[in-house]
Design a protein around this ligand. Structure first.
Ligand code: DOR
Ligand code: ZN
Length: 347
C-alpha cells in the first residue's frame, strides 16, 4: 500500500552551490524540494563582504529556473580582516543570516579562514550584540591531531573558549560527526544548535575504507566510527529543537573526486529527502522528520516556517535516482546510500 507523508517544506541549513555553470547545474536539485538554504561562502575568492554576498545572491536568483521558488540565505566568510560594522550593516539590511568560521586550512577553500582567534574577537562580540549566528566548521587543523579527533579537540580548544569569552554569541556547530558534539550541544543551556548531514546518518568510516577506497564517501569532517553515526541518528530523530538538517551537499566533478588527491564532499541535494525518510522510518521516528528538516532550523534562525509543503511517497518498488548530474564541467556523482530506497518526493 502506498504511504504518503506531507510536511512543511524543508530548508537546508548548510549548502554549497558554487558559482557559474556549476551553480546553474546544482541549484534546481535543491530548489525542487527545499524552500531556503544557508549558502556557504567558500567560493574562490570567498564571499567576504556584504557587497560580495549581495552580488552572489543576485547570481543565485538569476540561475533559478523559471517557475521554481527558492530563497538563498546568505552568509559571510569570516577572515581576520572582517569589519564588524560591515557585518552589522549586512545583518541590519536583512541580506546576511550568518557568518561562517573556517579554521584556516580545515577544508575546501578555507585558506582565507581564521588562524588567530583573538583577531576576530571584535566581530564575534558584535555578532553576539546583534544576535547574528556564527556557523562553525568545527575541526582543528593541528598536524599532530589525528583527523578522526579533530572535531572533539575543536570543541575543547576553540569552540568552548570562544563561547565562554563571548556570552550571547549564537553558534551553529555545522555538520557534526561525533557523539562528543551531540553531547556538547545537549549540555549547553542556550545559544547553541547543530546541523547534521544526510550522509553522516548513513555512512561510517568503514564505508569509506573497507573493501577499497570510496572517494564519493569522502567528505570533511570525515565520517567517524559506527557509535558516532548512531549517536547522530539518535540526535536527529529525537525531536530536540537544537538539531536540524544541513546537508553540506558539496558538488565536485568526478574528475576532481577521482584523483590521487581527491576533493572532499558528498553531493546529496538530489535525494536527501527520500534518504531521510528512509533513515527516520528505520529509526521508527517518521513523525520527527518534519521537526528535523522543516521546523527546528527556522526556530533557531528566528525565521518563519515555509508556507509551502512537500509530500513524500513510499513506493512499492525501489526508486531509481539519477547516478550523476551533468554539468558543463563534467559529471557530479549523486550520493549512493548503498541500499534500496522506496521513498520519493512530490513537490
Ligand atoms: O566535504 C566537504 N566539502 N566539507 C567541507 O567542509 C567543504 C565542502 C566543499 O566545499 O566541498
Ligand atoms: Zn560545508
Amino acid at each position: 500500500m502506498t504511504q504518503s507523508l506531507t510536511l512543511t517544506r524543508p530548508d537546508d541549513w548548510h549548502l554549497h552551490l558554487r558559482d557559474g555553470d556549476m551553480l546553474r547545474a546544482v541549484l534546481p536539485e535543491t530548489a525542487r524540494d527545499f524552500g531556503r538554504a544557508i549558502i556557504m561562502p567558500n567560493l574562490v575568492p570567498p564571499v567576504v563582504t556584504a557587497a560580495q554576498a549581495g552580488a552572489y545572491r543576485d547570481r543565485i536568483l538569476a540561475a533559478l529556473p523559471e517557475g521554481m521558488a527558492f530563497e538563498p540565505l546568505m552568509t559571510l566568510y569570516l577572515t581576520e580582516e572582517t569589519d564588524p560594522e560591515d557585518v552589522a550593516a549586512a545583518h541590519a539590511s536583512g541580506l546576511v543570516k550568518a557568518v561562517k568560521l573556517y579554521p584556516a586550512g580545515a577544508t575546501t577553500n578555507s585558506a582565507s579562514g581564521v588562524t588567530d582567534f583573538e583577531k576576530v574577537r571584535p566581530v564575534l562580540e558584535k555578532m553576539a550584540e546583534i544576535g547574528l549566528p556564527l556557523c562553525t566548521h568545527g575541526e582543528v587543523t593541528d598536524h599532530d591531531i589525528d583527523i578522526f579527533d579533530r572535531e572533539a579537540v575543536f570543541i575543547d580548544r576553540v569552540l568552548d573558549p570562544i563561547r565562554r569569552a563571548t556570552p550571547g554569541l549564537r553558534v551553529v556547530m555545522e555538520h557534526i560527526t561525533t557523539a562528543n558534539a551531540a553531547d556538547y550541544v545537549r549540555s549547553q543551556e542556550a545559544d547553541l544548535g547543530a546541523t547534521i548531514t544526510t550522509h553522516h546518518l548513513i555512512i561510517n568510516r568503514n564505508h569509506i575504507l573497507v573493501g577499497g577506497i570510496k572517494p564519493h564517501y569522502y567528505c570533511l569532517p570525515v565520517a567517524k566510527r559506527e557509535e558516532h553515526r548512531l549517536a547522530l541518528r539518535a540526535a536527529a530523530t529525537s525531536g530536540d529543537a537544537r538539531f536540524f538538517l544541513g546537508t553540506d551537499s558539496a558538488p565536485h566533478t568526478d574528475a576532481n573526486k577521482l584523483q590521487p588527491c581527491g576533493c572532499a564532499g558528498c553531493f546529496t541535494a538530489s535525494n536527501t529527502m527520500p534518504l531521510l525518510a528512509h533513515v527516520f522510518e528505520e529509526e521508527d521516528a517518521l513523525e520527527q522528520l518534519e521537526r528535523f528538516a522543516s521546523k527546528n532550523g527556522p526556530a533557531f534562525y528566528r525565521l518563519p516556517e515555509n508556507d509551502r509543503q512537500i509530500t513524500l511517497v513510499k513506493q512499492d518498488a525501489p526508486v531509481r535516482f539519477p547516478e550523476k548530474i551533468d554539468t558543463p564541467d563534467g559529471p557530479v556523482t549523486v550520493f549512493d546510500p548503498g541500499f534500496d530506497v522506496y521513498w520519493s518526493t512530490e513537490s
